[in-house]
Design a protein around this ligand. Structure first.
Ligand code: ADP
Ligand code: MG
Length: 223
């Protein structure tokens, strides 16, 4: 029998539905968090510990739902000329406090004229996800996170190089699969979001890694 909706249309409907549900989960979650906070204030130390666990689990649901909503977002329609330098600087300043806390320093190096057609908010999300991964890889040791953006032939390349734990060869292929994570508190959605956004911008992601030395993640944009 002929399908009523073509596959791509079905997927789009499913995506919208999923995004709608994710959005609806957010509101009750907010009130759950609020009331749990209130209960915690008047709780015994033992109860307080349980409420704290509830709060961090609620926060976890919030993160997963937020990342899921990002995946369900439609293709960018409002692309504009944007300066990559500004996007990278904004992403870095959002993470600066957390970096200081773990003895991590950003080292930035940018060419001039780094303008590309993109949706700035989406690219900022990619940069934040990659910087976070770099920082999380160095959380124990501290270290430098090199953020570089250069012109190379007919592309612009943005690279994030950390001095962290690195990625074993056999794990490289799994990065970007939904829910693939090696972290206790990870969601395994960050790289999938990055891949999707880069695809929408006709770009791609390359990963190079050396175990116990560090990882370099490159974004390649067509000019
Ligand atoms: P999450 O960060 O929630 O685990 P991601 O999709 O962002 O999910 O990353 C998936 C996995 O890829 C991580 O759990 C980690 O194992 C690996 N990874 C990604 N970036 C790095 C990095 N810079 N250094 C080491 N491992 C990384
Ligand atoms: Mg991540």
């Amino acid at each position: 029998t002929e399908d009523f909706l073509r596959k791509s249309e079905k997927l789009a409907v499913l995506g919208q539905l999923a995004a709608g549900i994710a959005h609806e989960i957010r509101n009750p979650l907010t009130s759950l968090k609020g009331f749990t906070h209130l209960l915690k204030v008047n709780a015994t130390p033992e109860e307080s510990e349980y409420y704290q666990i509830m709060l961090s689990e609620l926060e976890r649901i919030n993160t997963i739902v937020g990342e899921f909503m990002m995946l369900a977002k439609p293709q960018p329609k409002n692309t504009k000329r944007n300066d990559l330098r500004k996007i990278l600087q904004e992403a870095a300043s959002l993470l600066e406090a957390q970096a200081n806390l773990h003895n991590i320093q950003f080292v930035m190096d940018f060419d001039v004229n780094l303008e590309i057609d993109c949706e700035a908010d989406q690219l900022k999300q990619v940069c934040i996800n990659l910087m976070k991964n770099g920082m999380e890889a160095m959380e124990e040791s501290g270290g430098l996170l090199f953020i570089k953006a250069i012109h190379q032939e007919d592309t612009i390349i943005v690279s994030f190089k950390d001095e962290g734990c690195g990625i074993p060869k056999e794990q490289l292929n799994h990065i970007g699969e939904p829910f693939y994570t090696t972290k206790e508190k990870g969601t395994g959605l960050g790289m999938m979001i990055c891949n999707k956004i880069m695809e929408n911008h006709n770009g791609l992601i390359e990963i190079e890694s050396e175990l116990n030395q560090g990882t370099t993640v490159k974004l390649v944009f067509p000019k």
